[in-house]
Design a protein around this ligand. Sequence first.
Ligand SMILES: Cc1ncc(COP(=O)(O)O)c(C=O)c1O
Length: 386
Amino acid sequence: MDKEKQHDEADDSWVIKYFDNVGNSGDMINLGIGEPDFDMFEPLKDEAERVIRRGLNKYTMTAGIVELREAIAETYSRRWGVDIGPDNVVVTPGASSALFMSLASIIRPGDWVVIPTPSFPSFKALTQILGGRVVEVGPLPESDFQLDVGGVRSTLGEKRAAVILNSPTNPTGSVIDERAFSEVVDLCRKSGAYLISDEVYERFVYGVEYTSAAKYWGEYDRIVIVNSFSKTLAMTGWRLGYMIVPKHLKARVIKLQAYINACPPSVAQYVALYALRSSEVQKMIDEKVSEYWRRRDTLHKALNAHGVSTHLPKGGIYLFPRIPLPIDSETFCNRLAKEARVITIPGKVFGKGGEGHFRITLSASPEKLLEAAEKIAAFVERTRPK
Ligand SMILES: Cc1ncc(COP(=O)(O)O)c(C=O)c1O
């Protein structure tokens, strides 16, 4: 495929459309964009002010400040009982950039990337932009979007370069259990594929056990972990994420970072460091997660009571209901926005298995979510063929 075609294929104009409309939805209930509705925590704003006044406004080391890399490495190592060091960590401008640099450092044009779907659209778009070939592995039928390990097994061969897992998953809220995770690690080991694990929603887990790829860090040396401060600290606009990479990949990643970003944003790094060290901020995050848990329950119950069938996600910040009308997801979401004044995202943008669903972000008060559920139900009732 020629280069221009690759880029065109990867053109998801919806991304631009939705980002251009952030904060611009007037009287509509906007449950489209994937970010927390709460503001950045006050202690973090105070810290940002102090950092700016201390004059820490300049370039930092390419990989990010040592203290933050140490804190990230320590957090992961302690939790998962492994030996991740600051030299394994590269701090990046958001997980978006970390995903790009992961793929750019791993795949060459023509390489295959296995993506369980429905999935965050960047996985597919970035693979295509880099000239890789996407292999979508659909969800297991009637499984509430559990990972199709058999599908991964049947697609992994010698040519495949990487598998991207995302748990909790955007948009389905699935949490990949330990057994499935370790099976995929095994499959990667057998075929030599890299495992890229996107863990940006790791804190948003509701009463089930969570597994990180870090658990397998000591067993396989082709694991790349991508994470972000965007969602947990509600600082999506500050652009801060990171990647944890095996040492043999580090030079390539650093080269990419040096020429693309020079370094991650300085003030945001000090703010994130403060957050990792502060038990007060960690408690605030836990409270927000509990709030999202309650919202998940509220909206799940309301939608199902109104006949809009939706499975109960085990994590993440989204619900992914079935569309109860004989129309495609794009038409449904466009009409829902226009006629019911509720913004959501069509399932088709999340790849194979996404069509027939729509994504709702849980980023509104329970009252607003209930109002949205009523509006969605009324719209469905009005539109249902008689
Ligand atoms: C699964 C997933 N990965 C990565 C990102 C990007 O996060 P960031 O704001 O850190 O670039 C998002 C944002 O929605 C996401 O849902």
